[in-house]
Design a protein around this ligand. Sequence first.
Ligand SMILES: Cc1cc2nc3c(=O)[nH]c(=O)nc-3n(C[C@H](O)[C@H](O)[C@H](O)COP(=O)(O)O)c2cc1C
Length: 226
Amino acid sequence: MNLFLFGCLCFILACSPHDPNKETVSMTTIELPEPQRSGEISVEESLQQRRSVREYASTPLSLEEIGQLAWSAQGITDPARSFRTAPSAGATFPMELFFLISDAGDFTEGVYRYRNENHSLEQVIEGDLRHDLYRAALQQDAITNAPVVLVITGVLSRIEPRYRDRAMRYMYMEAGHVAQNVYLQSVPLDIGTVVIGAFSDDGVSDVLQLDDGEYPLYIMPIGKLR
Ligand SMILES: Cc1cc2nc3c(=O)[nH]c(=O)nc-3n(C[C@H](O)[C@H](O)[C@H](O)COP(=O)(O)O)c2cc1C
């Protein structure tokens, strides 16, 4: 083989998607347990008891609890049409969920994206990024107090072709539905949470390594009640 061909081969191998360095950062997928679809506490009781909570027990959340909260936020309830627990303008489904999990027994700490099509969590970043998120959100202690932090994001390109200059407004509205579902679901689980809207968009996008056109909409620290 001449030197030129050998050089080309080395270049192709170095750029290959099977680059062993990339394999080592390949992330875990965690299947979540089947969510509960009935419970002991009524919607009315949840509405009555819901409160914003900013301090939490240090107890980690279980796989079941994180799965139940993810399902309440964006779980698929009509698989034929992919319709979800929260409404979506024109069924365009721009919402995404990221869980920053620092210390939950069943998890390696990292950032996980909820895959509602198979009710699983896919790790997308390694390490505990709560402190970076705290700095991007006016140093609000609830973020570092919580063992789990949910960030709700919206992908504008899914909704903008249909709703044009109303698209961003609709994404904010959808985030409100998602967040309220999480608040209401947290009551029967003895979990506390709070919606945080005061943060730097660029700062949070950097922490989560969001693509252009994906916007952070809400941060929700989550932990067991003390
Ligand atoms: C759009 C929005 C943004 C909010 N941002 C923050 C925030 O950045 N930090 C915080 O601690 N609470 C935040 N909250 C929570 C409110 O402070 C809280 O809902 C209010 O004090 C009423 O308390 P309750 O939720 O227990 O009824 C926000 C609430 C909303 C609706």
